[in-house]
Design a protein around this ligand. Structure first.
Ligand code: SF4
Length: 71
């Protein structure tokens, strides 16, 4: 399988497949911003739109929910 680079950890990436079991990485930023390719050429090594996906994905936009302020 091709290494997707940054897309593999990006909040805006959606992995899709087809009947031939090929894997594609769809950039959801492309749906609202024509500056992003729908299917980026992999591996993506640099991208101004990259936002790291939270492992838990439990807050708005997949970011951790805000907790009580420390201190
Ligand atoms: S914003 Fe960049 S890193 Fe994120 S899915 Fe789109 S092309 Fe990949």
């Amino acid at each position: 399988m091709i290494d997707p680079g940054l897309c593999g950890a990006c909040l805006h990436a959606r992995r899709t497949g087809n009947a031939r079991r090929s894997i594609f990485w769809l950039c959801e930023r492309s749906l609202t911003d024509a500056g992003y390719p729908r299917y980026p050429r992999l591996p993506v090594l640099e991208c101004p739109g990259f936002e790291r996906r939270s492992p838990a994905g439990n807050g708005p936009g997949g970011r951790p929910a805000a907790g009580p302020a420390a201190g």
